[in-house]
Design a protein around this ligand. Structure first.
Ligand code: DC
Length: 243
């Protein structure tokens, strides 16, 4: 659903979650922790919208690279994030969050290697985070939502009704990411995948603004050795009010 359509829907009938269910769900975690897959599945099961906030950081990164901006030029990248006409289509049918910039759908470019290499650096810029966090909060006011990211429970939605933080060892995450690449027909070495995750972990957790960390009231699930179905069962249990 486009942002405009979502706003209209809100104006027409304010959609609410059934009383006893969490209306805002935060799913945070490190790179390749499974947060997007789990978040998307959970949203589908609950009939909620899903927002993968990582694609918004990727969209700003893509636009900065397209414009030839230096990654060291935080001023220009921050300004770009504040002014870029990004339209975010919330995922309401399991198809994934889509991003349109200036009317053209750029979603298929957001996982390219140049974006992959630069996105952690762009996400460190305070002005970028301020711009995107406000948009994310606006989107969360419109309908029940599952939002996946790094700082949803700590910064974007500190009032989320349920906060889940997914964790797994770096080896397990690299193994999963490598399997995804193989399934997509991409040739890449396992060592490079592991090194890339290690690099992103370091930048995401050591940055000054909104570093990656679980919220004090998040439920931490270590997914080592668990299947997606196991993790989903656990998360659905939490939605139903379990511990
Ligand atoms: O989840 P992902 O791999 O698509 O995220 C891409 C980058 O965006 C990641 O390096 C960290 C950043 N990010 C962030 O800083 N805060 C978020 N809420 C989501 C993503």
């Amino acid at each position: 659903m486009s942002e405009r359509a979502a706003a209209q829907k809100t104006a027409d009938d304010h959609v609410r979650a059934p009383d006893n269910r969490p209306r805002k769900v935060a799913v945070d975690g490190s790179a390749a922790s499974g947060k997007s897959t789990i978040g998307r599945r959970l949203a589908e099961q609950l009939g909620y919208a899903f927002l993968d906030t990582g694609v918004m950081y990727r969209a700003v990164t893509y636009a900065a690279l397209e414009r030839g901006l230096s990654l060291q030029d935080s001023g220009s990248i921050g300004e770009l994030a504040q002014t870029l006409p990004i339209d975010v289509s919330l995922d309401c049918d399991g198809s994934g969050t889509r991003i349109t910039i200036d009317g053209s759908d750029v979603t298929s470019h957001l996982r390219s290697q140049p974006v992959e290499d630069a996105v952690s650096l762009v996400s460190r810029i305070a002005a970028v985070r301020n711009a995107l966090v406000s948009r994310q909060r606006e989107l969360a006011e419109r309908q029940p939502i599952v939002m996946a990211g790094r700082d949803i429970g700590t910064v974007v939605l500190p009032d989320a009704d349920l906060k889940v933080y997914l964790d797994a060892s770096i080896e397990e995450r690299a193994r999963r990411r490598y399997a995804d690449f193989l399934a997509a027909g991409d040739e890449v070495s396992q060592e490079i995948v592991l090194e890339d995750i290690r690099r992103r972990d370091r930048i995401d957790s050591e940055r000054e603004v909104s570093p990656l960390r679980p919220a004090d009231d998040a439920v931490i699930i270590n997914t080592d050795g668990l299947s997606l179905d196991d993790v989903m069962d656990r998360v659905i249990g939490l939605v139903r009010g379990g511990k």
